[in-house]
Design a protein around this ligand. Structure first.
Ligand code: APR
Length: 239
């Protein structure tokens, strides 16, 4: 832990990649935890793809509505807060990149590159026509345009969909130019997000993994901190 703290102190620029594990201690389920993970309980092909939504809009909408409701009852934890506090103390030194759609980094006060969208925002399923934005969507599960019937969908990135280009390009630039990449609470199984760690490693940056369990990215690590994020990030990031 002390070596990592020293590396953080010495680093001019730090890129941080977070996953669901950073929100686990806030009570938000991860995706791949064997028992409690969302994908252990639900089939992602039936809930997190455009095809699934077109085939069963109400089922998919209700599932996301349940997750949104659960989010209303949770708070950012000490890990989220430590990252936000570091960014505030050292402006421009840390680029925070997240796969999370829960908005907890943002609620803790962080500036983030959100690669997988935002669970609490809607967007149109099909490219909107002038009618779609003329008035609020017609209520329903899901809501839809009263004129053309275009559905509203959660503004998250579903499997098989492209990541937002601006955020991805900025994340890649941060991975390429950082001195140190901190990888917190991700299984490292989903690309292109996990590819950022390979990019940082290939560019010669130090890679530190914070995860109580082994992850698919461990082979790239210069150090591994087998701790939970809310327990160790405040210590790692204090000046
Ligand atoms: N602190 C740190 N890490 C933790 C904690 C904790 N308290 N609790 C669990 N973890 C670790 C787990 O060991 C696991 O390696 O967090 C990781 C969570 O992995 P996943 O559930 O696979 O989540 P993530 O890596 O964010 O998934 C990536 O997959 O399903 C898609 O779009 C979704 O953004 C998501 C992407």
């Amino acid at each position: 832990m002390d070596v990592v703290r020293q590396w953080i102190r010495e680093a001019r620029s730090i890129a941080v990649l977070t996953g669901a594990g950073v929100s686990a201690e806030s009570g938000v389920p991860t995706f791949r935890d064997a028992l409690t993970g969302l994908w252990a309980r639900f089939d992602p092909r039936e809930l997190a793809t455009e095809d699934a939504f077109r085939a069963h809009p109400q089922r998919v909408w209700d599932w996301y509505a349940e997750r949104r409701q659960a989010l209303a009852g949770v708070e950012p934890n000490a890990g989220h807060r430590a990252l936000a506090a570091f960014q505030a103390r050292h402006p421009g030194r840390m680029t925070l990149i997240t796969q999370n759609v829960d908005g907890l980094h943002q609620r803790a006060g962080s500036t983030v590159l959100a690669l997988h969208g935002d669970l609490c925002t809607d967007r149109w399923l099909d490219d909107p026509k002038p009618c779609c934005n003329r008035r609020p969507p017609q209520p329903g599960r899901p809501p839809r345009c009263a004129t053309c019937g275009n559905w509203c969908r959660p503004a998250v990135v579903w499997f098989g969909e492209a990541l937002p280009e601006t955020e991805l390009m900025a994340a890649e630039a941060a991975a390429e130019s950082c001195d140190l990449m901190l990888v917190v609470g991700t299984s490292g199984e989903v690309y292109p997000a996990a590819g950022l760690v390979h990019q940082a490693h290939l560019a010669g940056s130090r890679v530190v993994i914070v995860n109580p369990e082994p992850s698919a990215l461990d082979g790239l690590a210069d150090a591994q901190v087998r701790e939970r994020a809310a327990q160790c990030l405040p210590l790692l990031l204090e000046d």
